[in-house]
Design a protein around this ligand. Sequence first.
Ligand code: NDP
Length: 305
Amino acid sequence: MEKMYDLAIVGMGFAGYTGAIYATRYGLKTVIIGDIFGGQTSEAHIIGNYPGFEEITGMELMQRVQNQATKLGTEEIYERVEHIERLDDKTFTLTLRNGDTLSTRGLLLTIGMTRRKLNVPGEQEFYGKGITYCATCDGYFFKGKEVAVIGGGDSAVTAALFLAEICNKVHLLVRGDRLRAEQYWIDRLNKNSKILVHFKTGIDSFSGTDSLETIKTTNALEPELKVQGAFIEIGHEPNKLFTDVIGVKTDEHGFIEVSKNQETSVTGLYAAGDSTNASNKFAQLITAGSEAAIAVETIAKELSK
Ligand code: NDP
């Protein structure tokens, strides 16, 4: 007979593990499932706004949260969930990529976001040949080189600050006329002589021979930039993994609609973190964690009825 859990959490990011910590402390038999550990948080070079840590790397924070959850008894399954089915007895059956299935009385989706793409010529061709979407993962391949970061939010600005420690020169290409990042990061950026900010600079295309050499921009004053690397940090879009399959209602931008206790439009199915429309869509660790805690508290109450 397949295993029955009290709570299955799909998604191994910050919201998922926070949910697992709360669930195990409520005494729920909990499993967390995903094909990659850590979510967006693990890619953050530096986190400076999570209370209790003046500055911590995303990976270290994720490992601490993971240790806490597993020590409390959370089981982990490293596999992609392919299908979710809600049965008449109100339990859920999850089918994994490897063919295994498991059953659960409660289900929490913490499926996060996927990286936004520019969708311009050359982006796909030079992906892995100069173009990357993760400064923390790939920055060291560009040691001593001249690179560009595309975007104007916290991700782009923190990536530029990180790359300035490794690279010779960093161009920050911002399509608008202002940065959207926290003032704290902007102040640090402005003090860094290795970073050059180019406003009103959208991206037309990427080109090169074997690897990236040139970025063509929409800025008539600077139509071309010669760089060896380009880090695309233009935000994220909600993951739409299961929403179509099990009929979870989303808003016009694809965010999962949840009630104030984080329940989705499917009774008994909860969601938390960046993929939902909760917390005013303010995608932060502290909001993702809070949403997961609220969801799990409700699930625990429902299961004990
Ligand atoms: P954001 O959505 O905040 O910012 C995206 C940026 O990319 C904007 O400047 C936007 O420009 C630009 N952009 C979007 N599409 C394009 C395009 N096609 N071409 C060029 N530029 C484009 O995303 P982030 O990933 O920066 O941040 C997401 C969330 O994560 C935020 O809540 C942020 O606070 C949080 N975060 C916090 C960090 C921290 O350490 N505190 C670190 C990283 C993220 P425009 O402004 O013109 O729309």
